[in-house]
Design a protein. Structure first.
Length: 286
């Protein structure tokens, strides 16, 4: 989100996103970087986002802007920093060091500011695991397809075949590292059917979420990523059956007509936690 567009900044939370990302990088002209940073600080300190997380996409490490970007974000109390064009674990460590220095400078709890790395190049994808494990602040890695496809000399397609390798490798790295994985934006904001198809694809692949560039994409994303009523019900049945069977030492169960074992529990628990986070599950099984 461009920090200089006052209407968007002021009302972003009403669309109920999981988080908003204020952009100090590509969306801001070089001549407006200082003004955008000042506006960011005022926004973070003056506006109530009703519990929506506030993240800041800073300028790249090799720019002269990142130090002040990070200082403004941390001083304002942003929940996280999104590092663009990340290609190595060393870059993550450098950014984390700058964030820690800012936390100490402005009296913030050390370690309280999260970090997400955007992977935008073939090298970034190749080093995804190194990046994801470079620092304890890392909560996720995110694919940025624009620069990646240009570097690969690829063309964007409806099917997304040009991104399949990057998505797969990034997901494997994220799961191995124990961090989250977020998919790239869908730029054709008028193609709702195509957007839904891509959401279903990345959900089935295992992504944790998707970056949105238009408010009308938020509700659609939630509708597809949130667990369905049948999924929630089945997860409840699994968790209850496992709970009831522990005393009997039973390892294999039949739930809703399907054979399950202990390996199903993690998936059922995750389903209920997601549903609870989305406000659509009020039970006590998780």
């Amino acid at each position: 989100m461009n920090t200089q567009r006052a209407a968007l900044v002021k009302d972003a939370f009403v669309y109920q996103p999981d988080c908003v990302i204020f952009d100090l990088e590509d969306a801001v002209a070089e001549s407006e970087k200082d003004a955008a940073r000042i506006q960011l600080y005022q926004t973070l300190t003056q506006l109530d986002y009703q519990g929506v997380e506030r993240w800041v996409r800073v300028n790249a490490l090799d720019s002269e802007l990142i130090n002040e970007d990070i200082r403004a974000a941390v001083a304002g109390g942003a929940e996280g920093i999104r590092l663009p064009k990340t290609e190595t674990g060393a870059e993550v460590k450098e950014a984390a060091s700058k964030i820690e220095a800012a936390e100490k400078e402005f009296g913030k709890e050390v370690g309280s500011t999260m970090l997400m790395a955007a992977l935008e190049s073939p090298l970034g994808i190749m080093n995804a695991y190194e990046i994801a494990t470079a620092n304890d602040r890392m909560m996720g890695i995110a694919l940025s397809a624009g620069d990646y496809t240009r570097a690969m000399h690829a063309k964007r397609t409806v099917a997304g075949i040009e991104l399949f390798g990057a998505r797969s490798q990034m997901l494997i790295a994220a799961r191995a590292a124990g961090v989250m994985a977020f998919d790239t934006v869908y730029t054709d904001t008028d193609n709702e059917a195509g957007f839904k198809d891509e959401l279903r694809l990345i959900k089935n692949m295992g992504f944790d979420g998707k970056s949105c560039i238009n408010p009308k994409q938020i509700g659609i994303t939630h509708a597809i990523f949130n667990p369905t009523a049948p999924e929630i019900q089945h997860a409840e049945h699994v968790m209850q059956a496992v709970h009831d069977s522990k005393a009997n030492g039973v390892g294999v169960l039949t739930v809703d007509g399907k054979m399950i074992d202990i390996a199903w529990v993690e998936g059922a628990e995750r389903t209920l936690k997601l549903a609870k986070a989305a406000g659509i599950y009020k039970g006590a099984l998780v």
